[in-house]
Design a protein around this ligand. Structure first.
Ligand SMILES: Nc1ncnc2c1ncn2[C@@H]1O[C@H](COP(=O)(O)OP(=O)(O)OP(=O)(O)O)[C@@H](O)[C@H]1O
Ligand SMILES: [Mg+2]
Length: 247
């Protein structure tokens, strides 16, 4: 597929198939006088092109685990290795600036809500990703637009590229969010209950997209879901109870 070439990246290090590896990650939060352990000694690995489902009851630490992988939260202890364009980085040791850089270039995130900017069109949501942190040259702007349109085509919204966010359905908005997460060619795609706000048909389309994308673009996918059928479609899964992996 032509889009694949589009996400190709220069290889600066020997290819390492594992995109994300967590070793003994612990995350606690203050809770009254003590602390609550949201992530309790979790280790996992996801290879590029593969998907890992994270399931577990409400409050079991799924979003907390994803937030650690997203550099949105730093764990108390453990290592979180992300294989980036310039080699392996320990996200657990990344400061806020490095974290922001990694989220811009290496990590795509999709939440339950699409979080689109209402005043922008579908295409502009994606283009904005390419402009973050960089003053866009004319060539960059042209590239970003082509890339945005290719990705919107890929998610089945080629005809809606110029439509404003407010004119999109819930399912369409979430498809824009998936395309946007892929805009900067991440090696890791994180999705936290991406279909739970959608009806079952739209949810299936978004789930298909996420799973197809991981395989086709060689991106590691971590999918937090309550949906057993969606989890079963992933290559592997972990189940959390009280922050710990039980199987
Ligand atoms: N920012 C925070 N401050 C304090 N406690 C938190 C914070 N975020 C999460 N927690 C606590 O950590 C535990 C895990 O929460 P988390 O949101 O990761 O669960 P979850 O599995 O994603 O739940 P849900 O299925 O409801 O989304 C819970 O006890 C929660 O109250
Ligand atoms: Mg959650």
């Amino acid at each position: 597929m032509s889009h694949t070439a589009f996400l190709d990246r220069p290889v600066t290090t020997a290819p390492v198939p594992t995109a994300l590896r967590m070793d003994n990650v612990v995350l606690t939060f203050p809770d009254g006088n003590g602390r609550i352990t949201a992530v309790d000694d979790v280790s996992l690995a996801i290879e590029r092109g593969r998907s890992l489902a994270v399931t577990g009851p409400s409050g079991s630490g799924k979003s907390s685990l994803l937030a650690v992988a997203a550099t949105l939260t730093r764990p108390d202890s453990g290592q979180v290795w992300l294989e980036t364009r310039s080699g392996a980085v320990d996200l657990a040791a990344a400061d806020a600036r490095r974290g922001a850089e990694l989220r811009r270039g290496e990590i795509g995130i999709v939440f339950q809500q699409a979080n689109l900017i209402e005043s922008l069109t579908a295409r502009e949501q994606l283009e904005a990703m390419a402009w973050l942190g960089a003053r866009p040259s004319k060539a960059r702007r042209r590239d970003a637009r082509e890339r945005a349109d290719d990705l919107l085509d890929m998610v089945g919204l080629g005809d809606a590229a110029g439509r404003s966010a407010g004119a999109l359905s819930g399912g369409q908005r979430q498809r824009v969010a998936v395309a946007r997460a892929l805009m900067n060619g991440p090696s890791l795609l994180l999705a936290d209950e991406p279909t739970s706000a959608l009806d079952s048909d739209s949810g299936r389309v978004v789930m298909d997209l996420l799973l197809d994308t991981a395989r086709e673009f060689d991106v590691a996918l971590m999918l937090v879901t309550h949906d057993a059928a969606a989890a079963a479609r992933c290559d592997a899964g972990i189940h959390l109870v009280d922050g710990a992996v039980v199987h």
